[in-house]
Ligand binder design. Structure first.
Ligand code: SF4
Ligand code: SF4
Length: 224
């Protein structure tokens, strides 16, 4: 014998509308999660993959990033230069000089392989993402643009207390010191300036100090 179906409840007119209004009221009382971009900037995680910055001083034109890029969207041109020997009697060396470094962000899939494989820490992730263009060709960022992104790369997280300083940091500090020494003005100039300033500085007459000590101290007046 077949089981009989439960009797269907009578439908109350307007119940659907009431349910819909209840959902609307519930939602209205909850806090909104919509981000009002671009008026409010999003709070991005520190490891956001926005755009790639190039620190070209570290790039040795080894071509590893261009070869490993799955999209083949890194373009590098270079030429060789002969460097004279560092010491007399030494051998001349040849080195690669970067002529062009560009990344086509219309092809890039933000996999990060180029950054991972770079053996010289020349590529970094920046969280900047506002570089949409109306012309797709403008999404090929040349080396100057890639360098500009470098200044938006966040600082690395702090080392654990007592941790050994990474070799990269020591090397970067050495390179920065060397660059600062090259760009610093000759040592004689600030010295001459200092001497000129010292000559212009008014000197206190010697009698002043005596005058000051001769002044009666508060509380001494009238004691004599
Ligand atoms: S992130 Fe990936 S796709 Fe983009 S340039 Fe680097 S290797 Fe190529
Ligand atoms: S892997 Fe690094 S060092 Fe080599 S070409 Fe690319 S950016 Fe330059």
């Amino acid at each position: 014998m077949a089981a009989s179906l439960p009797p269907s409840r009578p439908r109350i007119p307007g119940s659907g509308l009431a349910k819909g209004l209840a959902v609307t009221l519930r939602t209205m009382t909850k806090k909104s999660v919509t981000a009002q971009y671009p008026d409010a900037q999003p709070d991005l995680p520190p490891r956001t993959r926005g755009v790639i910055g190039l620190f070209e001083e570290n790039c040795t034109v080894c071509m590893l990033c261009a070869r490993e890029c799955p999209d083949w969207c890194i373009y590098i041109d270079s030429h060789k230069e002969t460097v004279p020997p560092a010491a007399p009697g030494g051998r001349e060396r040849s080195r690669n000089v970067l002529d062009r470094f560009a990344i086509d962000f219309s092809l890039c899939m933000y996999c990060g392989i180029c950054i991972e494989v770079c053996p010289f820490d020349a590529l970094f992730w920046s969280p900047e993402f506002e570089y949409a263009e109306t012309d797709i060709r403008d999404l090929t960022h040349e080396r100057d643009k890639l360098r500009e992104w470098m200044w938006t790369v966040p600082a690395p997280p702090a080392l654990d207390p007592g941790a050994e300083e990474p070799k990269e940091l020591a090397a970067a500090r050495k390179a920065a010191d060397k660059l600062a020494a090259q760009q610093a003005p000759p040592a004689a100039e600030p010295h001459a300036d200092e001497q000129a300033r010292a000559a212009e500085r008014p000197t206190r007459p010697q009698g002043d100090s005596q005058q000051q000590t001769d002044q009666p101290k508060p509380g001494q007046e009238g004691s004599e």
